[in-house]
Design a binder for this molecule. Structure first.
Ligand code: UDX
Length: 447
């Protein structure tokens, strides 16, 4: 009998995971406590923009013509408990307000709601990013609350998907990491992931704490790479060097690698910033805070980049105040191919300039609705050209392909001044300069 799978939480991670499990051939029942989310997904729509996800959903959500019908939704915990052999917990763990630690309440409440309905042998699999030690605690809760007792087990299986590549990363992961306490749990997860493992994804079997730490340390390493190159950008700026050339040259060393060495306004989003902070908070609780003090510096280098972009814009405009200056901002999301503006460096820079009196007009290919919601007082335009119309300076803050394909000559016709600041080191300086623009980027020479 094929395993039956449930997915708890249908946000970013859960919706993608549920659709991917159906794609792998499993019957899937997904639960969310928010009715509207489920209703959207049942219509084959997603609350967020993620390339390929709606198509994948429509291939499997029951009710679509031609769908496999393998993916259904519910709000009934008893139905979930009765249906599933494997229950994936995919709820989010946001940063607590005013604290570094992450908020575990969604995970805890998911486990507390599910466990009393586990009447037969089942494997609960945590995918959320949690502080190390959580799995051990949650395993005890499950044993206490589940009628099946010891037969209801926990495993930890962190998720490494990137926004914009969620479908690809879930179906063809770089690696699958599972923290297990029994051979049965390992066997079950090998069965779940037989497809991707058969196609070459490495399968790493480990204990609870290591599996939890793999996720937070991977994100810390990525954050460190970005802040490292941004620190180099500051030095290049001071010394007259070119950080883009530097990144290319050090990246040829296989041990360093080329990826995640793009200097600019730094990292944002729902993961990297909160994960490094929660990691520091947890290390403090464990008495290991000394080991992670460097992450404080990684965080502060990152936050400094945003202020430096604002400063670069002020200097480029003559060094005075922003009052009366028209500033076009290209990009609002924290990265391209996403509509996510959580902790977005782009929106933060736009907001700072606005608060200092600049007349800011933002355009983003997919993030306009979310940006308007978060920052309603900024100006918004429907196209890049409209945002740039009449601008004294143009700020490129999220590296969408659409912006790389812009025609600098056409934009030059409508801008008041041909002055572009590239906060992502992603545009071609030669192209812009040829069209008469002054091009400036962080950590690169002026001409
Ligand atoms: C990240 C991890 O990559 C992923 O493995 C994990 O599961 C969740 O967190 P994501 O938040 O989708 O994924 O974004 P990512 O692609 O890592 O980018 C994070 C931020 O870093 C973005 O704001 C991006 O613009 C910035 N970044 C990335 C840089 O500033 N420079 C770079 O070279 C790379």
């Amino acid at each position: 009998m094929a395993l039956k799978i449930t997915v708890i939480g249908t946000g970013y991670l859960g919706a993608t995971h549920a659709a991917a499990m159906a794609e792998l051939g499993f019957e899937v029942l997904a639960l969310d406590v928010v009715r509207e989310k489920i209703e959207m997904l049942e219509r084959g729509e997603t609350p967020m923009y993620e390339p390929g996800l709606e198509e994948l959903l429509r291939r499997h959500v029951a009710g679509f013509e031609g769908s496999s019908g393998r993916l259904r939704f519910t709000q009934d915990w008893a139905e979930v408990g009765a249906f599933g052999d494997v229950h994936f917990v995919c709820v989010n763990t946001p940063q607590k307000r005013g604290e570094y630690a992450c908020d575990m309440s969604y995970v805890e409440s998911a486990i507390a709601s599910l466990a009393p309905h586990l009447e037969r042998p089942a494997l609960v699999v945590g995918k959320s990013t949690v502080p190390v030690g959580s799995a051990d605690r949650l395993a005890r809760t499950i044993t206490e609350l589940a009628p099946a007792g010891e037969d209801a087990e926990l495993a930890w299986n962190p998720e490494f998907l990137r926004e914009g590549f969620a479908v690809q990363d879930t179906l063809h992961p770089d690696r699958i990491v599972v923290g297990v306490r029994s051979e049965r749990a390992e066997r079950t997860l090998r069965e779940v992931y037989a497809g991707p493992v058969g196609e070459g994804s490495p399968f790493v079997v480990t204990d609870f704490p290591t599996s939890e730490l793999v996720k937070t340390s991977a994100n810390s390493f990525l954050a460190t790479k970005i802040s490292f190159i941004n620190a180099m950008a500051e030095v290049c700026e001071a010394a007259g060097g070119d950080v883009a050339m530097l990144a290319e040259a050090i990246g040829y060393d296989d041990r360093i690698g080329k990826k995640f060495l793009r200097a600019g306004i730094g990292f944002g989003g729902g993961c990297l910033p909160k994960d490094i902070r929660a990691f520091m908070a947890r290390a403090g609780e464990l008495g290991a805070d000394q080991a992670l003090t460097f992450l404080r510096e990684i965080d502060s280098i990152n936050m400094r980049q945003r202020g430096q972009m604002v400063e670069l814009a002020r200097q480029a405009l003559g060094g005075g105040s922003f009052l009366g200056k028209r500033v076009a901002v290209l990009g609002a999301t924290f990265k391209p191919d996403s509509d996510d503006v959580r902790d977005s460096p782009a929106l933060n820079v736009a907001g700072q300039i606005h608060l200092q009196g600049g007349q800011v007009t933002v355009y983003d290919p997919k993030g306009m609705d979310n940006a308007r919601r978060v920052f309603p007082t900024l100006g918004y335009a429907d196209t890049a050209l409209d945002a740039v119309r009449g601008a004294d300076v143009v700020l490129h803050l999220t590296e969408w392909r659409e912006f790389r394909e812009l025609d600098p000559a056409a934009l030059g016709e409508v801008a008041t001044a041909r002055l572009i600041l590239d906060g992502r080191n992603a545009l071609d300086p030669v192209l812009w300069r040829k069209a008469g623009w002054t091009y400036r980027a962080m950590g690169r020479p002026t001409a």
